[in-house]
Ligand binder design. Structure first.
Ligand SMILES: Cc1cc2nc3c(=O)[nH]c(=O)nc-3n(C[C@H](O)[C@H](O)[C@H](O)COP(=O)(O)OP(=O)(O)OC[C@H]3O[C@@H](n4cnc5c(N)ncnc54)[C@H](O)[C@@H]3O)c2cc1C
Length: 321
């Protein structure tokens, strides 16, 4: 079986969270007959071994110092070498700033196609079949490839990572290739955020246009703080109105979240919003319209004015301590 190559990304001496998810996705494909899982990382042998602990059968550590630039053009020859050496017919990358560049560059270099921002993957008849949003989130498109490698970028939070297993072992091969750097990265600025990160929160409380005004988000913050492990997100309509930061938008053009509990307050449940949170384990809708889509898809719904429901909810949660 030719197999799968995961292009993992380093982060602060370790692996980025989405790299863990890619390895989890690759293991699922492998179980469906996709072949062995190899991982590529522009980093140390220790980082390569970490990819094995998270699900790879073998790994490539690309160690050329020029790769520190982190751009697609310098990484391309190294990833190409890993594809050739592993014989992989499937290449998975994150829908990250690197994956957005490197995915199309790999497809172009190999005269094949790339499917971007995929949310589902499966092996059918020995080939990769992926699903991604189309027509602004109003439809879902499935793609297959005629040629190889089948290159796909994966939307964050679409797959669960596996727990690390340090006892897993596999071969680590060093690659020295690097491309010419024509782009110079002058600096990287970390987005500052306070509190729990939306993508990592066990509970997400999100507010929509139905809140009526910006001050209502203070009420949602009180609910989130009573729940202790919650972050506050918003629909695009609420963000467009300037009520909540765009970086906290959930949906097709915002963040993907899959918390244990998603509390949607005054959000109608448009397909573009659902695209970012339908993977939530439990959805609770608070909406005054019993026919709202969010109410229909939720596990529990409270059909009433949020102004009555949310303060009462906060009070009851506080009683639980
Ligand atoms: C290309 C494209 C990309 C998009 N990407 C995104 C995206 O990433 N994320 C996103 O969210 N949207 C996205 N949208 C927009 C999306 O189509 C919807 O317009 C948007 O999600 C609606 O936001 P909303 O549910 O907050 O508002 P509305 O649709 O206006 O819904 C408000 C809800 O609040 C309820 N309500 C009103 N008052 C109260 C009250 N007092 N108490 C309780 N309930 C109340 C109403 O019953 C209603 O269900 C995108 C659209 C396009 C075309």
């Amino acid at each position: 079986m030719p197999g799968i190559l995961v292009v993992a990304e380093p982060l602060e001496g370790s692996l980025s969270g989405v790299s863990h998810e890619l390895l989890g996705a690759a293991r699922q494909l492998s179980a469906q007959g996709g072949g062995p899982v190899a991982a590529f990382i522009a980093g140390s042998e220790a980082q390569a071994k970490e990819t094995i602990a998270y699900g790879a059968d073998s790994a490539f550590a690309a160690t050329n110092p020029a790769l520190a630039a982190g751009t697609a053009e310098v990484l391309l020859p190294a990833v190409q070498a890993a594809i050739a050496q592993s014989g992989a017919e499937i290449v998975l990358l994150a829908q990250s700033s690197l994956g957005r560049d490197l995915g199309p560059a790999l497809a172009f270099a190999n005269k094949t196609g790339v499917a971007m921002d995929c949310v589902e993957l499966k092996i059918e008849g020995g080939r990769l079949r992926v699903t991604r949003a189309a027509y602004g989130g109003n439809a879902r498109a499935e793609h297959t490839w005629r040629g190889n490698p089948q290159v796909a970028t994966i939307k964050a939070k679409s797959f669960d990572p596996l727990a690390a297993d340090a006892s897993r072992s596999g071969a680590v091969t060093t690659i020295d290739a690097a491309g010419e750097a024509r782009i110079k990265v002058l600096g990287i600025e970390k987005a500052t955020s306070t509190g729990i990160k939306l993508e990592d929160a066990a509970i997400v409380v999100s507010g929509g246009r139905g809140l009526g005004d910006q001050s209502a988000f203070q009420l949602l913050e009180q609910l989130a703080s009573a729940l202790k492990v919650a972050a506050v997100g918003a629909s695009r309509a609420a963000c467009d109105l300037g009520w909540w930061p765009p970086a906290q938008q959930v949906g097709l053009t915002g963040k993907n979240v899959s918390p244990n509990l998603y509390i949607a307050v005054a959000i109608s449940g448009a397909s573009q919003h659902m695209a970012g949170m339908s993977g939530s384990k439990n959805i609770v809708a608070i909406n005054k319209d019993a026919d709202a889509n969010m109410v229909k898809v939720s596990k529990f719904a409270i059909v009433d004015d949020y102004r009555k429901v949310v303060p009462a909810l906060i009070e009851e949660i506080k009683k639980l301590g």
